[in-house]
Design a protein. Sequence first.
Length: 120
Amino acid sequence: MKTLASFVRFFGFNTQGDLGPYTFYTDKRKGLVFFLRAPPLQPPSKLQTTVRNNIRLAAMSWKSLNQSHRDRWELASKKAHLKITGYNLFVFWTIKHDDACIHTIERLTNLNLIPLEYHL
């Protein structure tokens, strides 16, 4: 299976985590290590289920935005020189409800991000 590691590296992927049926990580001595992904031994906890549902809800909210609004989130992320995408910024805001952070980004980028229906 060494050929799979070579193939993945050939395309410039520094793979970590799960990709398809494999789990990848980098070992200091061996380089890229991978193995067939093992199924979880226990069902997800209530906290894991809650977090996953919150992320799903954030993704559904993102999809419900019109394209121009999604473009503003992406542009704000770039203009503010963030190392995350506009989608990730939106998910952060949706989950954390940190309006102050987003208002700071709005001031820095001169873009309105929080939809009017969310303003109180």
